[in-house]
Design a protein around this ligand. Structure first.
Ligand code: PEP
Length: 251
């Protein structure tokens, strides 16, 4: 049995105080969700300290949404993997399409971030996914394969063992358009096959692959019912505690 995960990506939303309230709302409802679903909240850096204790008490894991590509030093405005880990986070989202698109993140940058995440005990949630024109041109398999080969294939088998992958078609993020459950299953199975080429079928079979892109209470059950979909990376709907928990209940 693979791990089931529902991870929220709060993006650049909520003040730290509002974030603590949101976390408390999720914590209060957590017992209504299946106990075998791991809940993760991906919070802004400024919230890590504030949500730490309440999240730990509730058994909710905390993730950052990015980390620096350097260990420490004169990198004004950056936040290191070590700083994030020291505030109790267990995960870091890396390679989100918004970071690739607006902040020019490349596979080269991401390889450095992945290495630093692992060196500091953080498990990456590595995002892949194609843009609309790439899907329309039938290139989505090639795009996703390249995003995996250039970054995930650089990991050691041990590092790979704690990796979480999120497939997020860019055309579905924040647009209200969701991939159909069949589209999600098709590419999740493809991703698992690519992972198996490098790390073997047994290791690939253990890797959680999450779907992200306008996932909400009304469509989560159908998407999560697919064999290779192990949960979701949730943006907008993770900002409402009831919706986030309703998605976790969709398993
Ligand atoms: C995301 O950005 O990770 C995401 C899935 O966003 P949304 O759910 O809002 O589409």
């Amino acid at each position: 049995m693979r791990r089931k995960i529902v991870a929220g990506n709060w993006k650049m939303n909520t003040t730290p105080a509002e974030g603590v309230e949101l976390l408390k709302g999720v914590a209060a409802l957590k017992s209504t969700a299946p106990s075998d679903v791991e809940l993760i909240v991906g919070v802004p850096f400024t919230h890590l300290c504030g949500v730490k204790d309440a999240a730990a008490a509730a058994g909710i894991a905390v993730s950052a949404q990015n980390c620096a590509d350097h260990e420490s030093g004169a990198y004004t405005g950056e936040v290191s993997a070590k700083m994030i880990a020291s505030l109790g986070a267990k995960y870091v989202i890396l390679g989100h399409s918004e970071r690739r698109e607006y902040y020019g993140e490349t596979s080269e940058t991401l390889n450095k971030k992945m290495a630093l995440a692992y060196a500091n005990g953080l498990a990456p949630i590595y995002c892949v996914g194609e843009k609309l024109d790439e899907r329309e041109a039938g290139k989505h398999f090639d795009v996703v394969r390249a995003q995996i080969e250039e970054v995930v294939f650089q990991l050691t088998p041990e590092q790979f063992g704690s990796l979480v992958i999120a497939y997020e078609p860019v055309w579905a993020i924040g647009t209200g358009k969701t991939a159909t459950a069949e589209q999600a299953q098709e590419i999740h199975a493809f991703i698992r096959g690519v992972l198996a080429e490098k790390f073997g079928a047994a290791a690939a079979d253990k890797t959680p692959i999450l779907y992200g892109g306008s996932c909400k209470p009304s469509n989560a059950a159908e998407i999560f019912s697919k064999a290779d979909v192990d949960g979701g990376l949730i943006g907008g709907a993770s900002l409402v505690a009831d919706d986030f928990i309703a998605i976790a209940k969709a398993f």
